[in-house]
Design a protein around this ligand. Structure first.
Ligand SMILES: [Zn+2]
Ligand SMILES: [Zn+2]
Length: 292
């Protein structure tokens, strides 16, 4: 069984590649936005919201050890969130991702590459931090940060709908320090690790695929952020910019996952972080492989 544990952190071992599922913690987010057009009477059976209609949203990230490199995938929401917003989303504690990385023996300066699935604030807020002088600095000083060209363009020129989540403080300091690397389309990171375009949530959203020891894993990010979005293909978050493209992407990912019996990492799911997809007659079901 390729699923191990390192100091309480789940680790997928795929041949020579180690994939640690680290986390930037849990925030509480409006269930209406997360479940989109789906009526609350249906989605509250999946997760009962609190008095403010919020459900927990995990901020999982990956730390991949492959080919002598340490590759971080996404950086969570980070610690630049203003106090009032912190209270609203019940964000607790500082340096949550850094603490998880320390548990697997990785310091910020050890990270070689940061691959960003997209530039929404809950995925790249940890790219930078505010130092003692009040300057916004790269959190991972020796890393190259990889992002799709189209995603960067959309973040640099946001519209009324995307402005609140595309924050310049998350990527501009990296442009200034020369640490931002722009990629275009599916891209190999190291042998056995690559990015693949999975549009819908944003136009150039990407997932990260790992292959080793005859096994496959995929970090689904916001293409399929909760397992239920595979089981109910019509359920699409209100945040997705192109919902029909999201559904097409989900179908494509589901076929791929079934074909490879792939390990699936769900970034925001409040019930489980890792699962596998099964076909039961006409229906798809996600079998959880971890709890919480
Ligand atoms: Zn997103
Ligand atoms: Zn997200």
């Amino acid at each position: 069984m390729p699923l191990e544990e390192t100091n309480g952190i789940p680790t997928l071992v795929l041949g020579d590649i180690r994939v640690h599922i680290v986390s930037d913690g849990v925030i509480y987010w409006d269930g209406g936005g997360l479940f989109g057009l789906t009526p609350r009477t249906l989605w509250e059976r999946v997760y009962k919201p609190d008095a403010w209609n919020r459900v927990p949203m995990h901020l999982r990230c990956l730390l991949i050890e492959a080919d002598g490199k340490r590759i971080l995938v996404d950086t969570g929401i980070g610690d630049k969130v203003p106090e009032k917003a912190r209270r609203y989303i019940s964000l607790e504690g500082e340096k949550r991702l850094i603490t998880d990385l320390t548990r697997i023996g990785v310091q910020p300066e050890d990270v070689d590459i940061v691959v960003l699935t997209h530039l929404h604030n809950d995925h790249c807020g940890g790219n930078t931090y505010i130092d003692a002088t009040g300057a916004i600095m790269p959190t991972f000083p020796n890393a190259e940060y990889w992002i799709q060209a189209r995603e960067l363009a959309d973040a640099m020129f946001p519209n009324e709908r995307t402005r609140a989540t595309y924050l310049r403080e998350n990527f501009e300091p990296l442009q200034k320090s020369g640490q931002l690397r722009v990629i275009d389309g599916d891209t190999d990171v190291v042998p056995g690790v690559w990015t693949t375009l999975t549009p819908g949530h944003t136009a150039a959203h990407q997932c990260i695929v790992v292959e080793g020891g005859g096994e496959h894993a995929v970090f689904l990010a916001d293409a399929v952020s909760w397992g239920i979005f595979f089981e109910r293909m019509a359920w699409v978050p209100a945040y997705d910019l192109e919902p029909m493209v999201s559904i097409h992407t989900k179908k494509r990912l589901a076929r791929w996952a079934l074909h490879h019996d792939a390990w699936l990492v769900f970034q925001h799911d409040a019930r489980y972080g890792i699962g596998k997809l099964h076909e039961e007659g006409e229906r798809l079901r996600v079998i959880p492989m971890t709890e919480g």
